[in-house]
Design a protein around this ligand. Sequence first.
Ligand code: FES
Ligand SMILES: [Fe+2]
Length: 426
Amino acid sequence: MFSKEDNERLCRVGPDTPMGNAFRSMWIPFLLPEELPAPDCPPVRVRLLGEDLIAFRDTNGQIGLLDRYCPHRLVDLFYGRNEECGLRCVYHGWKFDVSGAIVDMPAEPENTQMKCDTRIKSYPVLEWGGVIWAYMGDQQQMPPNPPEFEWGLVPADFRFITKRLQRTNYAQGVEGGIDSSHVGILHSRLDPDRAALPFRQRQLTPSPVTAPYLASDVAPKFFVRQTNYGMAIGARRNASESEYYWRVTQFMAPFYTMIVPLKEGRAYLGHAWVPIDDYNCWVFTMTWNSHEPLSQDELDRGAVHSEVMDDGSYKPIVSADSDYGINRAHQRLYSSTGIEGIGMQDTAVQESMGSIVDRSRENLGSGDAAIVAFRRVLLKLAQQFESTGQLDIAHHPEWYRVRSAAAILEHGVDFQSGTAAATRVL
Ligand code: FES
Ligand SMILES: [Fe+2]
């Protein structure tokens, strides 16, 4: 059983929490470039790891990430004026550059010492791989690069990245992302002609290539292997007398997941579950090809994970307020949930647990092996940071050069070594 104390350690990410401190020692994706599209564009409110911040792109195109509140008398810098290489507070005109230095105090004497003595909290930012990253940890320990995910290494037209708000703790999102045993149930589509049959026999099969394996063995066995980046999860199904069909997915610390495309040859798919605070997270969905630009069809499939409002809030178009648009007639005939879209189906179940689920009340089964291992990996991460003041993964961006894979392997072949060539990004 997972204790309430461990649950607190796992979920709390604010300043001076064990997990929050560990996360702060890594680069964290938090904005899409489209949110700061041009020099001197409007600033953007940011809430990250429980801290209220403001992001702006200055006249030179550099990005600043500052405390949301002006250090003079704490006015919200969202109302600030983004002008000539700095963000100016509209109340008394204090102006800050991207490094957090104060470059102007018009209501103070020309040579005031205050200008040198006062700073605003600021965090380093970089743009890489189609997202904007922040580093909120100790300056002396700052890793030079973010993790080297394949989606970040490929050319821009090989990838598509979206984001949406989820009203849960990040860990609930990650647990949904690595929980392969829900895929064939929560996301299943049903054949109305087979309505009289038991649930399993009513499901539509997803693809001509994988269908025989997925259909012949609906309860795969899960194998979890800890790795330097987090863990590899092997889902094993019977394929023939002498072979298994394996699907290998990854959890990459501290909050990244990867899944196998439902159809062979399709684009890869991954998620980042970035903590806004203890009760909310950003779900970034990365869709990418390793060798060619994404097709329109692949772009459309990527988009279904994030159908959001077009007001810049990245809130999903349906939410708990409308019961995620559940259609009971559809639920009876066509799908498990009656809810449109894979992303919304995931969000509905994850948010329905409450924003921080009480893990001490769960009853975990054999399909939950990866969930148990994930919690262990993260608690170990917090422990490592507490005892050494740094994380190995933060300084090994190359550990993240892995991808998911599906393969047929002879009985007795280890799933990790059997798929090593397919899961490595060179
Ligand atoms: S409150 Fe910002 S300059 Fe006075
Ligand atoms: Fe799902």
